[in-house]
Design a protein around this ligand. Structure first.
Ligand code: PLP
Length: 450
């Protein structure tokens, strides 16, 4: 490979990075990652780092999952691509749909619609929700409800239900008729409560109030992450999702669980919906479905939605939506093996156990460093919220957050910063020793920023 100065220069000149200011790449060049092994990554200068980010919440099985790599290679040799539009299909995608139906049976899912990633999955679910109501004789149900601080990808539909202005403002006007409920964010919320149950009850009341205001007959679906990820790892009280499900049922509103991060074990349960004992009508998945080795996703669809489409006898039930890469045989082959490895290695149990250790360690750091205002987590998705002052909770300055990142990096752990949050979402194969490594590196970062 070319030397790192050459790459950095060309990166700044020719590449536009997602979620970044183009000008920043010259002032603050990104780290070039050149290899991955187990739970670690290696930068272009040969520095080994424990990956506290797990790629981007997706490399659950780590970087050395040979069975998945082998499945990709074998499938490339047999059938590298063919379309799954009406008229043709392929073996891996059929086999995968059976495996997924089995895996998500406890969530009430029966069918898969394949996509190329999380944003595609969200877009698909939103579209199918509208189409469902049209087929079901309620064409005026077009509005979507979501949670503030929720993240649902970058397509226009997903951006419209996103609950963070950073992903919306530059692209407005977005879809009309989106309704945002408060976030289950105990650290800051308009109800001035730090009691998660009181907050969950308030959000449920707000949903009921919005339904009454807009009219249930105008609302297509509620979309929510069972644990909010990109918004800063916000873990709702266990009663929230069931309460919102009950209101959806009462008012004929579909519930879409955006499980792009939470499916496949990250929270310590096999799905975020199962964690809270809820059966959604559709589930959006992507990311860990192929361990990040191939861009892929699946919208899982429950019986209620399936039936209405299957029983339709008009042209309206035909699905006018799909991607060139829906059901890509290479992605499907990767996902089949990925799912089998995920279950065989019981990643959910490891996520639950290591997650408890990680959260305990983060609480200890909070007790030691006033820079840490709040600590949150479920399984192996955790966040530290950095503040300059615990009394007024003013977010920590950018340079303090950057210093924590740098200190952790120098100590051998890659972490992710998002605003004033430090986000941790390591691979789900990490050991107890790896948890200690993350905590030690974070402490080094916090110390250097103190
Ligand atoms: N939904 C959620 C909950 C996500 O966390 C993400 C990505 O982080 C997406 C949707 C979008 O996925 P992608 O980046 O694969 O399009």
């Amino acid at each position: 490979m070319a030397d790192s100065n050459f790459l950095t220069e060309h990166n700044a000149r020719h590449v536009w990075h997602p979620m970044a200011h183009p000008a920043e790449m010259r002032a603050n060049p990104p780290t070039i990652i050149s290899a991955g092994e187990g739970a670690e990554i290696i930068d272009v200068d040969g520095k080994r780092l424990l990956d506290g980010v797990g790629g981007l919440w997706n490399v659950n099985l780590g970087y050395s999952c040979d069975p998945v790599k082998q499945a990709i290679t074998t499938q490339l040799g047999e059938l590298p691509y063919y379309s799954a539009f009406r008229g043709t299909t392929n073996g891996p995608l059929i086999e995968l749909s059976v495996a997924l139906a089995e895996f998500f049976a406890a969530d009430g899912m029966v069918r898969s619609f394949f996509t190329s990633g999380g944003s595609d999955s969200v877009e698909t679910a939103l579209r199918l929700a509208r189409q469902f109501h049209k087929l079901n004789g309620q064409p005026e149900r077009t509005k979507f409800v979501s949670l503030k601080k929720g993240y649902h990808g970058t397509h226009f539909g997903g951006a419209s239900v996103n609950g963070n202005q950073n992903f919306r403002r530059a692209y407005e006007p977005l879809l009309p008729g989106t309704i945002h409920l408060a976030s289950p964010y105990t650290y800051r919320n308009p109800f001035n409560t730090d009691d998660p149950k009181v907050l969950a009850d308030s959000i449920a009341r707000q949903f009921a109030d919005e339904i009454a205001f807009h009219g249930a007959d105008t609302i297509a679906a509620l979309i929510m992450e069972p644990v909010l990820g990109a918004g800063g790892v916000i873990v709702p009280h266990e009663s929230l999702m069931p309460a919102l499900r009950a209101l959806c049922d009462k008012h004929g509103i579909l519930l879409i669980a955006d499980e792009v991060i939470t499916a496949f074990g990250r929270t310590g349960a096999w799905s975020g919906s199962r964690l809270w004992g809820v059966k959604p009508d559709m589930m959006c998945t992507a990311k860990a479905i192929t361990n990040g080795y191939f861009p892929f996703g699946a919208v899982m669809i429950g019986e209620k939605v399936t039936e209405v489409f299957e029983n339709d006898r008009t042209a309206m039930g035909s699905i006018g939506h799909g991607y060139t890469y829906s059901g890509h045989p290479v992605g499907a082959a990767a996902a089949i093996v990925c799912l089998a490895e995920t279950v065989k290695q019981d990643l959910a149990t490891n996520a639950a156990e290591r997650g408890i250790e990680l959260l305990e360690g983060l609480e200890t750091l909070k007790a030691r460093y006033p820079l840490v205002g709040d600590v949150r987590g479920k399984g192996l998705m955790c966040a530290l919220e950095l503040v300059s002052n615990r009394d007024d909770k003013a977010p920590a300055a950018k340079d303090k957050v950057a210093q924590v990142y740098k200190g952790a990096y120098e100590a051998g752990v890659m972490i992710r910063t998002s605003g004033n949050n430090i986000i941790l979402s390591p691979t789900l194969i990490i050991s107890k020793q790896d948890v200690s490594r993350i905590l030690e590196a974070l402490e080094a970062g916090l110390k250097s920023a103190a």
